[in-house]
Design a protein around this ligand. Structure first.
Ligand code: HEC
Length: 114
């Protein structure tokens, strides 16, 4: 009787631990979260034009279209602004405060649009 419960408890505990490790590991990878990204783009809207993803200030800026671009492209562009490899002042200011997770989320969000 005692061993029966002990064995069950052990399996339960191991199973739980396995699940916990899975979730822990997947959240450690900086995979883009589209919904999280949608909540982080409010400051992009003015220039990159939402809704309908048209340029918000056609006379002031020629702002590139970023909706529907490839995730990898968006990630590398944002990292390039953040690192100073690309030097546009407004994008440098915007990307400068982003974490890798922000970039991944935002890229996932914009890549999901078309
Ligand atoms: C003040 C206006 C402004 C804001 C705010 C802004 N952008 Fe930009 N963005 C620009 C301009 C202008 C360019 C083109 C810069 C250049 O020529 O390198 C650009 C370029 C980019 C590019 C590169 C596109 C390409 O095809 O090379 C990406 C990606 C981008 N922006 C993403 C964002 C994201 C994401 C946000 C919000 C977090 C944002 N931008 C906020 C004006 C802005």
């Amino acid at each position: 009787m005692g061993t029966f419960w002990n064995d069950n408890l052990k399996h339960f505990t191991l199973g739980f631990l396995g699940l916990w490790i899975c979730f822990g590991a997947s959240s450690a990878i900086a995979a883009g979260d589209i919904e999280a990204g949608a909540n982080k783009v409010s400051m992009c809207v003015g220039c990159h034009g939402i809704p309908n993803y048209k340029t918000a200030f056609p006379k002031t800026y020629r702002v590139p279209r970023i909706a529907g671009q490839k995730v990898d492209y968006l990630v590398s562009a944002l990292k390039a602004y953040r690192s100073g490899q690309r030097s546009h002042p407004s994008m440098k200011a915007v990307a400068g405060s982003m974490t890798d997770q922000d970039i991944a989320d935002i890229a996932a969000y914009y890549a999901s649009l078309n």
